[in-house]
Design a protein around this ligand. Structure first.
Ligand code: AMP
Length: 459
């Protein structure tokens, strides 16, 4: 058995001390399997998902390669969504604390181009971003990749699902042939295999068994007639009464319709999909992550990179085509040893999908009919918190402490009535306990935060 201690790796003493200060006591499974190869400069195909510690699995390796005295991009990490790029950027910054003078730039769409260009001109060592924006920078020649040593494709399967194949190919064509290519993907469809063959050299493949222990997620399947889907969904809420849930649909239109249907029946739900503007998307994600929204209705693509705690339930309004996606979806519940439920609705014509899930899981799927469920009539689900938006953000030098200070000081709220605070460039979002909403808004109508008047409204 190889050691799972970071000290068994050939990495700098400063990095070891940093990992200790981050309280990373031992390697996660993906780190243990990948890092020895990544540190040797090998190409890698890793099947691992968010939450497995995969960022450090490539991050520790690429940081060892970086020469801080060369002011050019030496590592590029392509991510499918801005949220994932943010998360990866944050984790890499933590890991880079041990290496002085390393600069990291985030290159994502939905953000102004100018500051990104400025950061690149000042010499960034690591770039993390989404394919579209990185392609823009390459075309405008604000980004050069001739000094690149490490290329990471994070959640490569999702990038392909989102139609980024050509963009990725164009980006890769502008990197040196002699580079290390690390491919991370939760699933391994044929398009990915093909891509690996064309862009990697003799890659090592590592797979980490799903961390979900058997029995942690209770799975149930409900066969229905097509027109019964909505009523079944309602019955599932009224029977299982989950405090939080993620509902998966295939299309954007369906997400909107299902969210509207649930909200109309006292189960507050928000939809998230690719048609939302960045600002709307941010607001939905903020509300879901700060407990102001208990039910999110999403497409697979939109649910990627969601920074979420364990959910009480995952509900498949429709079954996905691929059993791997099913497993990926239900992995959002029953995390960290908690019990979760995964409920799936299917019609007769989708029976073959249940079969393929059975084959994939190597166990039978338990099917039931929704008519047999005891329902609590009048069941309603509202979130414990509500979100208020303040019209001041990072650009106004607003920090979470300033907002917390104002609300617990003059406004008179208890610290426990205030939840997560998210600061964006031009605005900030604060989760407030429902019962304290009036008090917070009343204060904001006249009071000040950091010495200035700030307008606040409920999202
Ligand atoms: P990731 O899969 O990269 O999104 O990482 C999931 C979380 O695990 C991040 O919050 C990391 O900070 C944390 N993490 C990564 N590696 C370790 C480790 N070896 N020990 C403890 N926490 C870790």
């Amino acid at each position: 058995m190889a050691s799972d201690s970071f000290s068994s790796l050939s990495i700098s003493k400063a990095q070891l001390a940093n990992l200790e200060s981050l309280d990373y006591k031992k390697m996660t499974a993906i780190q243990k399997q990948s890092l020895p190869y990544v540190l040797k400069g090998r190409d890698l195909i890793a099947q691992a998902k968010t939450g497995s510690g995969k960022t450090a699995a490539f991050g520790i390796g690429l940081l060892e390669q970086i020469n801080p005295r060369f002011f050019g991009v030496q590592a590029l990490i392509l991510c499918p969504t801005r949220e994932l790029a943010d998360q990866v950027g944050k984790e890499l910054r933590r890991l880079a604390r041990s290496t002085p003078n390393i600069k990291l730039v985030l290159l994502c769409g939905g953000k102004p181009f100018g500051p990104q260009k400025g950061s690149l001109e000042h010499g960034a060592h690591i770039a993390v971003g989404t394919p579209g924006r990185i392609q823009d920078h390459l075309r405008k020649e604000t980004l050069k990749l001739d000094g690149l040593k490490t290329l990471v494709l994070d959640e490569a399967d999702r990038m392909l699902d989102m139609g980024f194949f050509d963009v990725m190919t164009e980006i890769i064509s502008q990197t040196p042939k002699k580079r290390q290519t690390l491919m991370f993907s939760a699933t391994y469809p044929s398009q990915i295999k093909k891509m690996c063959r064309s862009i990697q050299r003799d890659p090592v493949t590592v797979t980490v068994e799903s961390e979900h222990k058997a029995g942690v997620i209770d799975q149930m399947f409900y066969e229905v007639k097509k027109h019964e889907r909505n009523n079944t969904l309602l019955a599932l809420f009224e029977h299982y009464k989950p405090e939080t849930a993620l509902v998966f649909c295939h299309t954007k239109k369906e997400c909107d319709e299902v969210a509207r249907f649930l909200s109309g029946r006292n189960i507050e739900a928000l939809a998230i999909h690719g048609d939302l503007e960045q600002r709307e998307r941010d607001q939905v994600l903020v509300q879901f992550s700060n407990n102001s929204c208990s039910v999110l209705v999403a497409t697979d693509v939109a649910a990627r990179g969601l920074d979420i705690k364990s959910l009480a339930a995952v509900i498949n309004y429709e079954l996905p085509r691929d059993p791997e996606i099913y497993v990926h979806r239900i992995g959002r519940t029953g995390r960290a040893g908690e019990t979760g439920i995964a409920l799936s609705i299917f019609t007769e014509s989708e029976q073959f999908r249940v079969k393929s899930i059975e084959q994939y899981l190597k166990k039978p799927c338990i099917c039931d009919v929704y008519a047999s469920l005891d329902r609590e009539p009048g069941f309603s689900l509202t979130s414990p918190m509500v979100t208020i938006q303040l019209d001041a953000g990072r650009k106004n030098k607003m920090r979470p402490g300033d907002i917390l200070g104002a609300l617990t000081g003059e406004a008179g709220l208890a610290g426990s009535q205030i939840g997560k605070i998210d600061i964006f460039d031009m605005s900030s979002y604060v989760a407030i306990e429902r019962s304290a909403l009036r008090q917070a808004l009343n204060y904001m109508a006249n009071g000040k935060v950091k010495g200035r008047n700030v307008r606040a409204r409920r999202v």
